[in-house]
Design a protein. Structure first.
Length: 133
């Protein structure tokens, strides 16, 4: 991973060491309740959350999920390859937003039941990690 700032490197290292793996392993139940269409953007070279884990969890998402891979990406693909992330996310979000109910962004709609159609982009840290990691 190429990190230009020592401060950023220290922060990212603390993040990794501070993960509560029990929470990470319980994400499957949370993902099943998400009704938004999800785009998972993954680094093929991610040493912490292997690509095979991403593939195996595609069926866990309540609203369905698509997987896109950044071949040279690792854990922090959004920092390593922000342009590639944008190239993948923008078309997905554009298409997904076409299916958003009329008025879903209005203040009145926010007070009512949330819209049934939504979209999200997830960039990596997921639940399919070997137990005991």
């Amino acid at each position: 991973m190429s990190v230009e700032s020592r401060t950023a490197w220290v922060g990212q290292t603390r993040l990794i060491h501070g993960w509560d793996w029990n929470v990470v392993h319980s994400l499957e139940q949370a993902q099943a309740r998400i009704t938004a269409s999800a785009l998972l953007v993954w680094g093929a070279q991610d040493p912490f959350f292997p690509l095979e884990g991403a593939r195996s969890m595609l069926g866990q998402w309540g609203g369905g999920a698509k997987l896109r891979v950044i071949e040279r990406g690792k854990l922090l693909v959004h920092e390593e390859f922000p342009d590639a992330l944008s190239e993948l996310a923008v078309p997905f979000l554009t298409e997904c937003s076409k299916h958003r109910p009329a008025g879903a962004g209005s203040p009145l709609a926010r007070r009512a039941e949330p819209p049934r159609t939504a979209c999200m982009v997830d960039i990596g840290t997921q639940s399919n990690i070997p137990r005991g990691a």
